[in-house]
Write a protein that binds this ligand. Structure first.
Ligand code: AMP
Length: 195
């Protein structure tokens, strides 16, 4: 069986990237890897590293690079995780995480990074409506600020590597999903043609 696509979804919190990532994972039968979910699950299970991470998450701060990178590296230590294909949701979030991801995936680089674009006000509205534990107004504001500072520069980083595609994240989730699937398929076709 051929390998599935290796994808990254970028976008500010509230862009709908979690929903889109899980739909893409289902469509392409690949793994959905959300670092936020991994931390939430391990906090719920009472694991001390997860509880430590939760303190940062509740304030809207980023979890320490070293901790997040270790989680991702551990996951990808299993070659099947890479072979099956995956969509990363919420990782990388900093330049350091992005360069470490290149190291971790040295032999199986990312096929496509999709930037899911939603204006800030719209994202805030969606986050307030979502009402997750860590979605206080202050935490939301801090996360959006950190997104601009730390994560938005990754758009240029991936554009320079020739793997970036952008999609409008405003609209009907099913329509957006169709666009994302088309972007992935076009990319996969191009990569196959160039082998
Ligand atoms: P998310 O589920 O992607 O919205 O992530 C929820 C929270 O988990 C974030 O606000 C961060 O505190 C933390 N987190 C998730 N992924 C990362 C990451 N790649 N780097 C740093 N912190 C992260």
């Amino acid at each position: 069986m051929s390998n599935g696509p290796r994808l990254v979804l970028l976008g500010r919190q509230g862009s709908g990237k979690g929903t889109q990532a899980s739909m893409l994972a289902e469509h392409f039968a690949i793994n959905h890897l959300s670092t936020g979910k991994i931390f939430r699950d391990s906090a719920d299970a009472g694991v001390s590293a997860g509880l430590e991470a939760k303190a940062f998450m509740d304030r809207g701060e980023l979890v320490d690079d070293a901790i997040v990178i270790a989680v991702v590296e551990e996951r990808f230590a299993n070659p099947h995780e890479i072979e099956r294909g995956f969509v990363l949701d919420g990782f990388p979030r900093t330049a350091h995480q992005a360069t470490e991801l290149e190291r971790i995936l040295e032999h199986a680089p990312i096929d496509l990074v999709i930037d899911l674009d939603v204006p800030e006000e719209k994202a805030v509205k969606r986050l307030l409506a979502r009402g997750r534990d860590d979605d206080t107004e202050e935490a939301i504001r801090r996360r959006l600020e950190l997104y601009e500072q730390e994560t938005a520069p990754l758009i240029d980083f991936y554009r320079a590597r020739g793997v970036l595609a952008s999609a409008d994240g405003v609209g009907d989730p099913d329509d957006i999903q169709k666009q994302l699937i088309e972007l992935v398929e076009a990319r996969v076709d191009r990569l196959r043609a160039s082998v």
